[in-house]
Write a new protein. Structure first.
Length: 105
């Protein structure tokens, strides 16, 4: 998943490995917990304002930017709806980056 251009100045120059560990449920929970703490530290403490809320915000912004539903699904990591949608590997990262930059962060 590409990062929005506005986020890049806050990231290391080079990322050489996974940001949150291996692809396991335990690691995902740990990442979510750390990111939720970060939101708290930023002063975002309203009940229900958690990392998952960012997905809802992104979906609204993708709709507002008039980005096709299949591209929205790809960016949000939603399951494919048909067998045919499973063919191939999805959109190239440069295309995803273009759409991410369209909605910002």
């Amino acid at each position: 998943m590409p990062f929005p251009a506005g986020v890049l100045p806050y990231l290391p120059t080079k990322i050489t490995g996974p940001l949150f560990g291996e692809d396991t449920r335990t690691q995902h929970r740990a990442a979510s917990k750390r990111l939720n703490r970060f939101l708290d530290d930023c002063g975002i403490v309203a009940k229900g304002k958690v990392v998952h809320s960012l997905r809802h915000r992104a979906k609204d912004r993708l709709r507002a930017a008039n980005i096709d539903k299949d591209k929205q699904e790809e960016l949000l990591g939603h399951e494919n709806a048909t067998v045919g949608d499973d063919y191939g590997k999805g959109y190239p990262v440069p295309m995803l980056k273009k759409w991410i930059d369209r909605i910002g962060f």
